[in-house]
Design a protein around this ligand. Structure first.
Ligand code: ZN
Ligand code: ZN
Length: 93
């Protein structure tokens, strides 16, 4: 065991926030941690992710970043609040 979890946050991989993300160096981490790394990266490292394990840099294409952001946005998206209950009174005829 231990192979199927993110080495950074130790959460098991899934198809949501902890989707496996493969870096150029061959290390794998979850998309949530990948985002955390990108969020804390300085302006000089925009478009690159430095592997937290071996510090090798992986260039991130813009579309990849956008895709990840969309995925996370979807995960953060709260369902719309339920509409107020309709008036139970039928029209009187
Ligand atoms: Zn993780
Ligand atoms: Zn690495």
């Amino acid at each position: 065991s231990g192979e199927e979890e993110c080495p950074i946050c130790t959460e098991p991989y899934d198809s949501g926030r902890h989707t496996q993300a493969l870096l150029n160096c061959g290390h794998v981490l979850c998309s949530g941690c990948l985002h955390a790394i990108m969020d804390t990266a300085g302006a000089a490292e925009i478009g690159r992710v430095r592997c937290p394990m071996c510090r090798q840099k992986t260039p991130m294409l813009e579309w990849e970043i956008c895709k990840l952001q969309e995925e996370l946005l979807l995960l953060h998206d709260q369902p719309a609040p339920a509409p107020p209950p309709a008036l139970a009174m039928p029209p009187a005829l």
